[in-house]
Design a protein around this ligand. Structure first.
Ligand SMILES: [Zn+2]
Length: 248
């Protein structure tokens, strides 16, 4: 009976160790997802504040143009002193034939409660720009007229052209640092595949209530536990894991 109790206690400890590791992995995945969102928000804030020069500005511009000005549709726009606020209907303009066309360039900043022009903020020359490409607009009473006059302006049309041209070049990978980006993308894809394999091993060990660790925490060492041994086994047949195991 004492032996059964001892085995049960050992199994319980192992299960809680596995749960702790699974929780850590889940937390890590959530952190990576949150980091991606934060990175995008950070660059958008950067764009609005107009910080960055030279190569940094080029990288941020490329990053933002590649992803485009995506919107959060769940924002509740705050009302000003006169009970007016921004409305998502301004994301569209009505053409003379009654059709609606999306104003993809229009960006709303939740933290500033102002709207900006995405492309003028990135491409228009500083001395030419109006409020939409500078400190932002929150004149909600006249917002329709302000947007209409902005989209007819020469500098906005010029910025739209620059935006579309860069987006096209980025899509065709024709920018100067295209080869560097290609290298980064390959690296990203490699680590994604490594992570997929590690998760598969973790899930399988967890499913069978197996302990992960051994006496050593290094690959290709004696008694390094079932987890690292499974990774070593994968590396025997899989080029992705082979590359990783031989490098790290
Ligand atoms: Zn503009």
């Amino acid at each position: 009976m004492r032996k059964i109790m001892k085995i049960s206690m050992k199994m319980f400890t192992m299960q809680s160790q596995i749960s702790q590791r699974m929780r850590k992995l889940m937390t890590l995945s959530m952190k990576m997802f949150t980091l991606q969102i934060q990175l995008r928000k950070f660059f958008l804030t950067w764009m609005i504040q107009g910080i960055g020069t030279g190569q940094t500005k080029i990288y941020i511009t490329d990053f933002l143009v590649e992803r485009g000005p995506k919107r959060d549709n769940n924002v509740i726009f705050p009302k000003d002193k006169c009970d007016r606020c921004f409305s998502s209907k301004h994301y569209f303009r009505e053409l003379p034939n009654g059709e609606k066309q999306e104003r993809k360039w229009l960006v709303y900043s939740v933290s500033l409660d102002k709207v900006f022009c995405f492309c003028c903020k990135l491409f228009a020359k500083k001395h030419l720009v109006g409020q939409l490409a500078d400190e932002g607009v929150n004149d909600w009473h006249n917002i329709s007229d302000r947007l209409k006059s902005h989209e007819r302006s020469r500098y906005h049309i010029g910025s739209m052209t620059s935006w579309m041209e860069l987006a096209k070049r980025l899509k065709l990978k024709l920018t100067i640092d295209a080869s560097l980006k290609e290298q980064i993308n390959q690296e990203k894809e490699h680590w994604k595949q490594v992570l997929e394999r590690i998760l598969a091993v973790v899930k399988r060990l967890g499913k069978n209530n197996l302990a992960f660790c051994g006496d050593s925490e290094k690959l290709y060492e004696k008694n390094n536990g079932i987890f690292l041994q499974m990774i070593e086994l994968l590396a025997e047949f899989d080029s992705t894991m082979q590359k990783t195991c031989s490098t790290y």
